[in-house]
Design a binder for this molecule. Structure first.
Ligand code: PMV
Length: 328
């Protein structure tokens, strides 16, 4: 039996613009998906996922991926979750040259599904690591990140960027620009995450931005301006200037809003955080619903978000420097 865990992530800067070749800086957070893999005597796959999210948003199913599970989340989220696990297991089989290996897989995640926190990437990264270790193979981090990206690419019909899987594998802050990924230095950032209990449709939101960008030069300029914020943000990260990072996050949120990917609930949480004195706040991920991320060392933002009607859950999560790891 082998158990591995991998972190979720927030986008400090650059979602959406990264689709058009601008850089982005996602940061791993201390919220993990943990996957245990045990080889079976036959070639079947059994998946148990007791808690794929926060309280009140739980997926429970067991059985092979071709059996219909009983769940209380949308069919599309569930199908996606199963698809990721299936493809991650295939990567482990391929890496170990054991195409017929069967597994019992148990998933335990405290990252909300489809909410911009990289839950699927964390499950895939931890799943490949646990699966390969169970079969006696040790992958380099670079190979693990590459295989995890292949899974997302396959399951998301070629629509995935490398940001989530690379960040979840390596931990810390990373910089992604096209196919180029690298880890970058970052201070210990005091993230506070607000979650509206919902999820946006990434494909639809990306298409919406593309349409705006094609129609209006100023929308294309907005995407370029987000790239400028990311470059400025990298300098602030290097200097450990948290005040400047906050200002740039506010700016980034405004531009994402202009591109039509925010939502009333996300704006309400962003304003709740700002009024409480957060250094900055923005939506994270595709938008349309899901999570915001704020920077606040004090507990004021957490308290304000607890009293924000649109906010269903709030939690503090520090930057996770570790990335994927084997669990005892
Ligand atoms: O919501 P997430 O974590 O899947 O992030 C989507 C980020 C986008 O830039 C909108 C799309 C992408 O693949 O980079």
């Amino acid at each position: 039996m082998a158990t591995a865990s991998a972190p979720g992530k927030v986008y400090l800067f650059g979602e959406h613009a990264v689709v058009y070749g601008e850089p982005a800086v996602p940061c791993a957070i201390e919220r993990r998906a943990t996957v245990t893999v045990e080889e079976r005597a036959d070639d079947r796959l059994r998946i148990d996922a007791e808690d794929l999210s926060l309280d009140g948003f739980t997926v429970e199913f067991s059985g092979s991926t071709d059996e219909s599970p009983s769940v209380d989340v949308s069919e599309s989220l569930l199908t996606a979750a199963m698809g990721y696990v299936d493809a991650a297991v295939d990567q482990a089989r391929d890496a170990a040259d054991r195409p017929n290996a069967g597994f019992d897989v148990t998933i335990d995640s405290d990252i909300p599904l489809g909410a911009g926190l990289g839950s699927s990437a964390a499950v895939v990264v931890a799943g490949i690591e646990a699966g390969t270790r169970e079969l006696g193979v040790e992958l380099s981090r670079a190979e693990l990140a590459e295989r995890a990206y292949q899974v997302e690419h396959e399951v998301q019909d070629g629509q995935a960027s490398r940001a989530d899987t690379y960040c979840s594998t390596m931990g810390g802050a990373v910089r992604v620009e096209g196919d180029r990924c690298e880890t970058i230095e970052a201070p210990d950032l005091p993230f506070v995450v607000g979650y509206d209990g919902g999820a946006g449709d990434t494909g639809e939101l990306v298409s919406g931005v593309r349409a705006l960008k094609d129609e209006y030069d100023f929308a294309a300029d907005t995407v370029t301006a987000i790239g400028d914020i990311v470059r400025q943000g990298e300098r602030a990260l290097e200097a450990g200037d948290v005040d400047e990072l906050g200002r740039l996050m506010d700016f980034n949120h405004g531009l994402l809003s202009a591109l039509g990917v925010s939502a009333r609930s996300l704006d309400a949480m962003v304003w709740g955080a700002r009024e409480a004195g957060a250094k900055g706040a923005k939506l994270t991920g595709a938008g349309g619903g899901g999570c915001i991320v704020a920077l606040d060392e004090s507990s004021a933002t957490e308290t304000a978000l607890e009293y924000t009607p649109d906010c269903e859950q709030v939690f503090r999560a520090r930057l996770d420097k570790e990335g994927v790891r084997l669990e005892p």
